[in-house]
Design a protein around this ligand. Sequence first.
Ligand SMILES: O=P(O)(O)OC[C@H]1O[C@](O)(COP(=O)(O)O)[C@@H](O)[C@@H]1O
Ligand SMILES: [Mg+2]
Ligand SMILES: [Mg+2]
Length: 343
Amino acid sequence: MQRSPNNANTPSIESSRIAVSIGTTLDRFIKNNQDQFAYASGELSQLLRDIALASKVVNREVNKAGLIDIMGAVGSQNTAGDDQQKLDVLANIRFTRALTKGGEAGALVSEEMDSFIDLSNDGKYVIAIDPLDGSSNIDVNVSIGTIFSVYRRKSPVGTPIQEEDVLQTGDEQVAAGYVLYGSSTMLVYTTGHGVNGFTYEPTLGEYFLSHPDMRMPMDGKIYSVNEGSANSFSEPMKAYLQYCKDQRYTARYIGSLVADFHRNMLKGGIYIYPATAKDPKGKLRLIYECNALAFVAEQAGGAATNGRERILSLTPETLHQRTAFYVGSQKMVEKAGEMEEAS
Ligand SMILES: O=P(O)(O)OC[C@H]1O[C@](O)(COP(=O)(O)O)[C@@H](O)[C@@H]1O
Ligand SMILES: [Mg+2]
Ligand SMILES: [Mg+2]
């Protein structure tokens, strides 16, 4: 690690992708890397700031979940048929409000909203969001997250939002990432120029660069699968699970996609939510869960498939479409794919 010439104590990393100092604020990092934002007109970077701001508000509520009345369900269900938790609804309000206020977003797609919102403004971007990921873990104080994808609208600004604007392939994302509300709160994102992670410092109310140029190990020894549904897995999936055990891999499953993904990105591993009897098309949603993490994974040197095809190449047909999801270290995703292909 080089030492920056003008401040011997500040570690700095020079790489072909970025020039940063650990401890750079998110705002400063965005400013310094404006050229990484497609079209570089400031709108996309402002969108990212709006997402960061909303995540700070949600973080504040998550941190005191046991003290304030945001535990439990609200009594309604979302399109996926999940019981909406109070924090699902609250997080959806916070992100919708922040993204609507900014004016850069022209449309919003959310797990917690049946159809997309056309903001009828001059916003050039379409945001797809899972406001609160890992809802089953809210009341038990286990890490949860937020997942977001940003697309550029295709229809002309000032005209109604069309299906083509909200049903884009993952390869068309211009930015994507997640927020992890864990022992610390982190925001991790990519704009197609590598992946960077920022840790939230609550007393200063700022995100600081803590994980520059994140790389996912090519191989790993961790597998994350809900084995409780294993009886209804396909034969190739059962075979891959047995292969993981024969290799003496470690089983780790938090039940919050963002948290399982983040761990495997740092340590090397694979997360799989395959097709099951209960969810024959898989459980996770292509547009606001899988596309974002697939973009981050690939940008960090990992891979993401539905068992056979690249997630980012899939063309969605409906907003809340589900898919089987295999994501993580390249060699592990390839191995699982080979076993699928062999069947
Ligand atoms: O309880 P299961 O079937 O293992 O499913 C857990 C998965 O479902 C999810 O909770 C779905 O996400 P939401 O909480 O946003 O609906 C993922 O975070 C998690 O990986
Ligand atoms: Mg989710
Ligand atoms: Mg959710």
